[in-house]
Design a protein around this ligand. Structure first.
Ligand code: FES
Ligand SMILES: [Fe+2]
Length: 339
């Protein structure tokens, strides 16, 4: 059996899509955040387009999040240099002829379901994913569940391929053999059927109202995103997780729960509330068990073959440019403030 890769071979910040935050948080001007080892700024242009740039101004490094939006440009608060959505400098007030040679790094950005997503690289290697054969416009999304993990980002995403932990940690007994494939060069998918075996109130309600067996499909995109569908006999659950590596040993997982769009707003709201409640009940307890775990390729056994293969796949993903990794204070377990 091929061995699991050494930790040095795993990308610190894979080139992929990440969640910046809620579009409405940008309604009063640009917002900057520390993400993926660098300072980034996001804003929405006058024409409604989301933009993500490096936040440190190319002039003297002022934080563009302290500036303002002028039409489609962002203006630095310090000396009023302006940058367009593609990062090109459009104005150096004290020396206008210098502007064409100045550039701020820009990241491809997309607004969907009230959130701004960006690709951590110059060009997207794949489109922002969604559920196969589904249109984003046919779905509504919850606000993100915001789960902080005191462990490397890849250990959270490797869970999809960790067959043992579903029984031990989630009361889901696998039925039959999982099927793993790669439907796209940047996607790795696992399909598995589970029996719902737990005694929690959530599991008893699931068995009573939607059925005790679920066909689950989990597709990892680019290392950072997991698209999950769960087909119960009487409903389908849909969610996406967006990992946010903070540094080599901490990460945040943002979980968006989806429901099919109804024309009635209160139906959308109640569906999302219920599904988010069940998702939180399913996922949040796991984050306590993840605290402090570290990647240990030498400890993986034959029975961890799917996880080892996942790690071999992760190791060949492209690495986005890495800035200085920062250390962070882990935040509370279930802080839900990313909005
Ligand atoms: S630091 Fe931004 S314009 Fe001078
Ligand atoms: Fe899990």
């Amino acid at each position: 059996m091929a061995p699991a890769p050494a930790v040095e071979r795993l990308p610190v910040f894979p080139a992929s899509w990440y969640l910046f935050g809620a579009t409405r948080s940008l309604s009063h001007g640009p917002v900057s955040r520390d993400l993926l080892g660098k300072r980034l700024v996001a804003y929405v242009t006058a024409s409604g387009k989301p933009v993500v740039l490096d936040a440190r101004c190319a002039h003297l490094g002022a934080d563009l999040g302290e500036g303002c939006v002028v039409g489609d440009d962002i203006q630095c608060a310090f000396h009023h240099w302006k940058y367009g959505p593609d990062g090109r400098c459009t104005l150096v007030p004290a020396k206008p002829q210098a502007a064409p040679s100045v550039r701020q790094r820009a990241y491809p950005a997309v607004e969907r379901h009230g959130q701004v997503f960006f690709f951590n690289g110059a060009q997207p290697l794949f489109p922002l994913p969604f559920f196969a054969d589904a249109e984003p416009a046919d779905y509504v999304a919850s606000k993100p569940l915001h789960l902080v993990a005191d462990c490397p980002w890849h250990l959270v995403n490797a869970n999809s391929f960790d067959a043992q932990h579903f029984q031990a940690g989630h009361d889901r007994r696998p039925v039959g053999e999982p099927v793993v494939d790669c439907p796209h060069p940047f996607a790795r998918r696992i399909r598995v059927t589970f029996e719902v075996t737990g005694d929690s109130v959530f599991d008893r309600l699931l068995r009573r109202f939607v059925g005790g067996r679920v066909d689950v499909t989990m597709t990892n995109w680019g290392g950072s995103i997991v698209v999950v569908t769960g087909d119960f006999p009487r409903t389908r659950s849909t969610l996406m997780t967006f990992i946010e590596p903070l540094d080599a040993e901490h990460c945040v997982q943002n979980v968006l729960v989806f429901a099919r769009r109804s024309r009635l707003p209160f139906v959308n709201a109640s569906r999302l509330w219920l599904r988010r409640l069940f998702t939180r009940g399913f996922m949040a307890p796991e984050f306590a068990t993840l605290a402090g775990i570290r990647y240990n390729p030498g400890g993986l056994l034959d029975s961890d073959r799917l996880m080892i293969d996942f790690y071999r796949w992760i190791a060949q993903l492209p690495q986005a440019p890495v800035a200085q990794a920062r250390s962070v204070e882990p935040r509370p377990l279930c802080e839900e403030t990313l909005s």
